[in-house]
Design a protein around this ligand. Structure first.
Ligand code: C2E
Ligand code: CA
Ligand code: CA
Ligand code: CA
Length: 278
């Protein structure tokens, strides 16, 4: 009865009703977007701070709707998560990104890591591990060239289940990065139990470098924490020279940010890789 009451309230409020209709319409559009080929991926390079060379790329989902224009993943992903669309979309991203990485390798370009974002509900799917295995088999990409990025939002799952799934991924040979590190509830006691390879420090700490002493102290602490746990550390959202100088002093491993490259088309990545392939 309580549920009904709430729904009734929703339907009576014209503002909310409008909002719900807009959401429904967008969901319908998204259903068709996959079939119509309106979704695509951009790839943002991850650069080794010392050598300045690309070691990997992160795949970032894009949607160009014929009338609405470019829709950001900040809209697409939550919408997909609310419906069952997150699974087919997540699988499409995984397969397209792996296929692309294999294609670059088949062209004789230097091999790089492909990082793919995995949302909590995608991770929760009982078939997730076999989905990843299936994609690797289908595309022929070796598991060592795939990395999955998970976030602290996985904490909605039972901890033992998280460990079990991550160990499953590790046993296939796929590497694991923890994304947006430090932004949500992070338990260091739990962090040490996760089979991680990489730690991605959120842009918010990078933004504070050179202007906010506390952010700067946290940024440095995160880098040292990651390194002492044997993880490689990626700084995200690096935009200027001062940040680079600080990150060099702190001996951060990798940089992902507009300072080097924005997210790019597969063709643009190909051109960069050609220059870096001997
Ligand atoms: P994220 O995983 O933290 O990805 C990094 C975001 O920071 C990207 O935004 C990227 O374009 C942006 N970025 C990188 N360097 C800079 C910089 O120097 N300055 C600024 N201002 N921004 C920078 P984007 O592409 O809009 O993606 C937003 C979020 O959407 C991602 O955050 C990720 O959580 C989610 N997302 C994107 N693609 C996927 C996907 O295929 N699956 C899932 N589950 N989530 C995705
Ligand atoms: Ca990410
Ligand atoms: Ca991130
Ligand atoms: Ca983020």
């Amino acid at each position: 009865a309580k549920e009904n009451g709430r729904n009734q309230y929703l339907l009576c409020s014209s503002d909310l009703k409008g909002e719900v209709n807009r959401q429904n319409q967008l969901t319908n559009f998204l259903y068709r977007a996959l079939e119509k080929g309106e979704l695509f991926i951009e790839y943002q390079p991850q650069v080794h701070l010392v050598s300045g060379k690309i070691t990997g790329v992160e795949s970032l989902l894009r949607w160009r709707h014929p009338e609405l224009g470019l829709i950001s993943p900040g809209i697409i992903i939550p919408l997909a998560e609310q419906t069952s669309l997150i699974n087919p979309i997540g699988e499409w991203v995984l397969e397209t990104a792996c296929q692309q990485n294999k294609k670059w390798q088949d062209m004789g370009l230097k091999p790089i890591l492909m990082a793919v974002n995995i949302s909590a509900s995608q991770f929760k799917n009982p078939h997730f591990i076999s989905q990843v295995e299936g994609v690797l088999q289908k595309t022929g990409l070796k598991p060592e060239y795939l990395e999955v990025e998970i976030t602290e939002s996985m904490a909605i799952l039972e901890f033992s289940e998280i460990i079990r799934k991550l160990n499953g991924l590790k046993s296939i040979g796929v590497s694991i990065a923890i994304d947006d590190f430090g932004t949500e509830y992070s338990s260091l006691g739990r962090l040490k139990m996760l089979p991680l390879d990489r730690l991605k420090m959120d842009k918010q700490f990078i933004d504070g470098i050179g202007c906010n002493h506390k952010d700067q102290a946290i940024a440095n602490a995160i880098i040292q924490l990651g390194k002492s746990l044997g993880l490689s550390v990626v700084a995200e959202g690096v935009e200027d020279e001062d940040q680079i100088a600080f990150l060099k002093t702190s001996q951060c491993d990798l940089i992902q940010g507009y300072y080097y490259y924005k997210p790019l088309s597969a063709l643009a990545i190909e051109e960069i890789l050609k220059k870096e392939t001997k």
